[in-house]
Design a binder for this molecule. Structure first.
Ligand SMILES: Nc1ncnc2c1ncn2[C@@H]1O[C@H](COS(=O)(=O)NC(=O)[C@@H](N)CS)[C@@H](O)[C@H]1O
Ligand SMILES: [Zn+2]
Length: 478
């Protein structure tokens, strides 16, 4: 058995579902063998990608939010306020009913999302308009008894990396501007992961329970379906009325606050892996790669000379803040290339006796496969410039692929045809009954109304033929 065959082989990405499941195992992202459905275990390598990804999210939020942490368990009477008024999560919530062998006086919900844990505290914390705007977030695990097909990073019953921001504002308009800001933050966050996203306003029947409206960002998965990778909800004063969150305004009046909340989960990592990966495995944007450069010593003779040169280059790169690893194991070079390509390492440096003579190294890029000799002199800045190239290249490839998979359609048949390939942009009269009937007829959901609206003049709703009020996206979704 050759070295290669010993490694589990990765299916072609054309068979996306198999490729995705295998890659999570082979590249040591998550282990799916935990004995509870919908719960998965982070491998340290995958956890490092998570850590780097969420440090970007923290960098963006910490500009004008504060991070905190609320309890996991929510008393039934607080949680049921949500169910009575908002009818959101009572079918998805897990309950804790015992402490040891004794039944609890009050059943406790495992947070499916934290409105009903946080807002009783906001009632105590928000007193005057001087306390507003309040912008807090937490990155926690949440629990949802998902009945649809569970899948690591995409649909979990324990969402291990749930970033939820909950903000409080003096007016409806202030909360609306916060929603716009949340979308700006999400687009920047995904830009840093080299992932292009579409943002659109969800149709009324698909908004977050208790929200006035929901805006979502979706990414395109390799099988032409979209993945909802972030949502922002304008909560109006609905929750403020339920949880009595009021503030004293400048005239001394008690006023209900207006709120926004917005969330991203580990789906951002599902999008990262799926958007950039290829038949050789992960392809990671340098900013979130646990290993950014791997150095492979090419040893024929004079091993100590080659190894000390590799050490020197590694020191150089480490001093420049680059995550570097020397693979001096006794594997054959080919087996090393296979392993580190699978792990998505953005740059490989090969250094052998010939390179030493030329005071150079052979640099191989993971995104394009290109190899070129680069001087050891000033190697850190060459590597950093290449990182920027790689990031830009990943983004523009993904953006081109997204654009190629948006099909402008007008008739129902054409819509059905193109939905098999990707995202349909079409028109809608704006009537709910018509929208829902259209979903039934074409067998896919209205993703939403994109903020950038083309001119709908003279355009017709494909179902009822009336004047189009909006252009919409339709897609098969996860
Ligand atoms: N079961 C799940 N597994 C993984 N991610 C999920 C799951 N359910 C939802 N998400 C992700 O979490 C995001 C936020 O969830 S949500 O229900 O839309 N919104 C909220 O819960 C708001 N309270 C956000 S603060 C969704 O956009 C989706 O990307
Ligand atoms: Zn219509």
């Amino acid at each position: 058995m050759g070295e290669q065959e010993k490694e589990a082989s990765l299916p072609s990405k054309d068979n996306f579902s198999e490729w995705y499941n295998e890659l999570l195992q082979i590249a040591k992202i998550m282990d799916v063998r935990y004995p509870v459905k919908g719960l998965y275990v982070w491998h340290p390598f995958g956890f490092t990608i998570r850590k780097k990804t969420y440090s970007i999210m923290r960098e963006l939020l910490d500009r004008d939010h504060e991070e905190t942490m609320f309890p996991l368990l929510i008393p039934e009477h607080e949680f049921m306020k949500e169910a009575q008024h908002i009818k959101g999560f009572e079918e998805e919530v897990y309950w804790v009913t015992h402490g040891g062998t004794s039944p609890l006086e009050v059943n406790l919900a495992l947070r499916p999302t934290s409105e009903t844990a946080i807002y009783p505290m906001y009632k105590l914390w928000v007193r005057s308009h001087a306390d507003l705007p309040l912008r807090l977030y937490q990155i926690v695990n949440t629990f949802r008894y998902e009945t649809k097909h569970t899948r690591p990073l995409i649909r979990l019953r324990e969402i291990t990396s749930f970033k939820e921001a909950h903000t409080v504002h003096a007016t409806w308009e202030d909360a609306a501007s916060q929603i716009d800001e949340a979308m700006r933050i999400y687009k920047e966050f995904y830009r840093r992961l080299a992932i292009p996203v579409l943002s659109s306003k969800r149709p009324e029947w698909d908004k977050f329970p208790g929200a006035d409206y929901t805006i979502a960002v979706d990414s395109l998965m390799p099988d032409g379906r979209t993945l909802q990778v972030g949502t922002a909800h304008h909560l109006g004063d609905n929750f403020a009325k339920t949880f009595e969150i009021t503030y004293e305004d400048s005239e001394g009046e008690q006023v209900y606050a207006h709120q926004a909340c917005y969330g991203v989960s580990e789906r951002c990592l599902a999008a990262l892996i799926s958007t950039h990966g290829d038949d050789k495995g992960l392809v990671l944007p340098p900013e979130v790669a646990p290993v950014q450069v791997v150095i492979i010593p090419i040893i024929f003779k004079k091993p100590e000379e080659v190894l000390s040169a590799c050490e020197m280059v590694a020191e150089d790169l480490k001093d420049a803040g680059i995550k570097v690893k020397i693979d001096d194991s006794d594997k054959r070079p080919g087996a090393k290339y296979y392993k580190w390509e699978m792990q998505g390492v953005p740059i490989r440096l090969e250094i052998g006796p010939r390179d030493l003579k030329n005071q150079a190294a052979m640099m191989a890029r993971r995104d394009t496969g290109e190899k070129e000799q680069i001087p050891l002199e000033d190697i850190s800045s060459t590597i950093k410039d290449t990182f920027a190239d790689i990031h830009q290249n990943l983004y523009s490839n993904a953006d081109a692929r997204l654009r190629e998979h948006i099909f402008l359609c007008e008739g129902l048949e054409q819509i059905k045809d193109k939905l098999a390939l990707g995202i349909v942009q079409t028109y809608w009269c704006g009537k709910e009954a018509c929208g829902k009937e259209m979903e039934d007829v074409i067998g896919a959901g209205i993703l939403g109304i994109p903020d950038e609206q083309p001119d709908c003049k003279g355009k017709k709703c494909p179902l009822c033929g009336e004047e189009a009020a909006n252009s919409i996206y339709i897609a098969r979704t996860y």
